[in-house]
Ligand binder design. Sequence first.
Ligand code: NAP
Length: 658
Amino acid sequence: MNQANADQAVRVIDDLFFRPDAQQIVASDDELRELIARTELPPLLAALAAATDDVGFVPERLRPPLTPVDTEPHPHGGMSQAQQEEARELALAGLQRLRDEGRVTAAPLSEELTDEILLFLSDGNAGWLNSLKHELNVAPSGQGAPEWNAAESLNGREFPVLVVGAGVSGIAAGYRFRQASLDVTVIDADVELGGTWYKNRYPGVRLDTPTFGYSYSFAQKGDWPQQFARGEEILEYLREVVSLAGLADSIEFQTRLLRAEWRGQEGVWEVTLGTPAGEETRHFSAVVSAVGQLDRPNIPDFTGMEQFQGRVVHTQEWDPDIEVAGKRVAVIGTGASAYQVVPAVAEEVSSLVLFQRSAPWMLPAPNYHAPLTETFHWLSDSVPNFAQWYRLWMVLGGIPGRLHTVTATPDWGGAPLSVSEKNQEVRDTLINILQEQFASRPELAAIAVPNYPPGAKRMLRDNGVWARALLQENTTVVTSGVSRFTERGIIDGAGVEHELDLVVLATGFRPSDYLEGIEVRGRDGQSIHDFWAGDARAHNGVTVPGFPNFYLLYGPNVGGVVAGGLHFMLERATEYALKSVRAVIDSGAQAIDVRREALERFVAWVDAGNELMSWGQPYVSTWYQNNSGRVSQVWPYTNAEYWEVTEAVVEADHEFLR
Ligand code: NAP
């Protein structure tokens, strides 16, 4: 492909990382066979169909059945042996064709071929096509780039937008709003971009979902090194996205939103920002909050903590200068953060005390610390857009995710330990793994089994490192709780004192306190915190009645936990916010305000979904619920439903302020 054509391809494909050309294949047939034997077949066939413009690579008879994933994913989406054999022959023919024809670039995909390939991958599930096209950068239509340019509609009207936060959500908002030519200011209270990935630098920090399910649709990095990316790799990715998006110089750091007040007369938000130079007042037509959900550490009020002569640090406040080697360390908590810290420090410390209030459920992930394979990198380099198809395959698997394993059967007899027959089956499978892992120490095996249903709290991914760390001779697992701190350490609930140098609080966050520390006053001076009264609610997770032109990203009830993906949800929320801004500008109105009925309908709908999930059962306690017991953090449906509700800003659900 010559440079002019390459530039053309880059322009039409909404992906900051897009590389149109693969490298010429020179491998022999035998080498190709070996590569195929080690690869996931459905995304390879999809990529070959796209690269050769040949629907013959995705025949209906080879559609993967997408056998529901209870614990570990099924290779090739559950294809039968016969399907796999035929698929391998087909893949060989495809790779030979790329090699022999010297084909290194895929032709633009037609709508028809895109649909055929997506129906192949999804086993004919037409209901998923829209959400899949959103994620497929090479699809001819359907991605999240705005099809509207504010500059053409504003007619000289000023419409400055404030994005609060330069983490995963804020970067998406900054990028998309800029793409629509809006005047965007991004602020961040920290000194660096990256949000949670900048802050969380504790030992062992890495993704707890597969890397290829954790990137923007508009920035599809193909050369990730790890199956589950390390924290620093994600931070580096975010820096690269910001740089490629041209946002790098326009983020105002060390700038915190303190107050936002709607000035109805002028139709603007008056915001007060805290900066190193003091408070500053500015005006914006719209405010997009991208302040994150898991950002405010939960620091329990342990008796005597102030007397302790050693150091206490929350995982999010980890200081890279902390030395653990040879130290007496305690970790309090057994969630996703603890799961990463404990194995990462266990071998270095002189002693480790783990305070476990409840045991974690862990899904088997044998490749948790593994790099992406050489075969993967070869395919990614040699088959046009293979990494994009592989990413799509990961996203697709996440659509149903494991929802079926956590859906409750009313009046199920296994409560409070399981919520359905399938949930009990998963429970039994996971208990068997735990019993095997802890076989040498039955007393640990007994306390390693959670006393709540799988899925009620975040399930971790494990390759055995947790059990290994707990089984070490220098590790003590305490289940009697923290009674109090002393100068020397912690006295546990059984009265035993543990002498310590360092206490790591892996005690999580306060996710239900949305917008904590920020005063937001909407129409008639109403405070958003008064409106919520501790139970944050937003229509589609994005808008709140009485707060015009105000948008929440990663807001209430849009976090997927056993299905879906973070980036999909927050990109769709961003696109929805942008459509709402467009509705204001195109209509010549000053502002848009969602009606209360629309919010109530949305909340009733998500509540009904959550009540059927393991985390929605009255007998479980989880960070997915807020203080009033309502599940306000979690989305109970699939990506496909969120695509639907965020597709249009329904006029009847809104009031336009003029
Ligand atoms: P978490 O899941 O809320 O876990 C907090 C832990 O601290 C729980 O075991 C909790 O016990 C315990 N705890 C809290 N207060 C306590 C107290 N007063 N005394 C004793 N124990 C106490 O927090 P997290 O591990 O930081 O994870 C939060 C979320 O962040 C995760 O679910 C995940 O979504 C995200 N995360 C992601 C990654 C990743 O992708 N790599 C890594 C870390 C976190 P109970 O369970 O009994 O309440």
